[in-house]
Design a protein around this ligand. Sequence first.
Ligand SMILES: [Zn+2]
Length: 272
Amino acid sequence: MPPEINCIFTKGLIPFVERVVGPEGVAALLRTAGRPREYLIAEYNWMPFSVADDLVRLSQELMGEPDEDRWARRFAEDFMDWKPSHDERSWAGAYTMSLGSPRAVYAKTGLLSNAKSWGTEELLSIGRRRAVLRLTPHPGVRMPRWACTWIRVCHERYPTNWKLPRARIVERSCAARGDAACVWEVRWKNPPLGARFWGATAGGAVAAAGLAAGLATAAAVFIGALAGHEFRWKEVSVVALVLVIFSYLVFVKGLTLPFPMCPSFIENCRIR
Ligand SMILES: [Zn+2]
């Protein structure tokens, strides 16, 4: 079967050309696609990948933009802009918003891309704010640069769903430029820590205060934070340290309770 592309592509392309070129631009796209507009804006339809390539060349011509990369970036920006009308709005926008965070979107790589029929998108690694993705065209498929740039710029834009700065992507290699695959290193900013995180951490901290000084305090803070949905080493460590000092001052120095500060095997403990 020849490679195909989902009509989410034309769902974004048709209104884009309509805005920039006008109705005659849309008429030219429909003639080249050989399909009515209704077909081309339905996300359950597919069309030959080669026709998508023809539509891109035609759109570049109609818009007077000979630079394929620049054209694709402009298209992707328009594609990702929030659209109030369901006729234009792509599920990629609404669906990725429903995932809740940029990291969740990148972790789902492969489900989002339009590439299933012509390539494989894989997640090579993912951390808290960095991921490496690879898009490999199937054997015999020529990867056009517009397809790489379109998908890549969408990945740049996902964090803007949550009003975060766009992701920064370094292209390590590009299948459209002769490499075996497109490999992208994505870096993004996460949303600020929410009430859920601080609530869980504070819960651990309150429990810890009752457990007095030392390791028990730190352990309880970490256990409390781990029970939350989000866990951050740096913030939890600071809270733990503050609590340890606080407990020491209150229970050992303030109330002069007889807690040994050193394990029993250490003689002549200097901390008192
Ligand atoms: Zn590429």
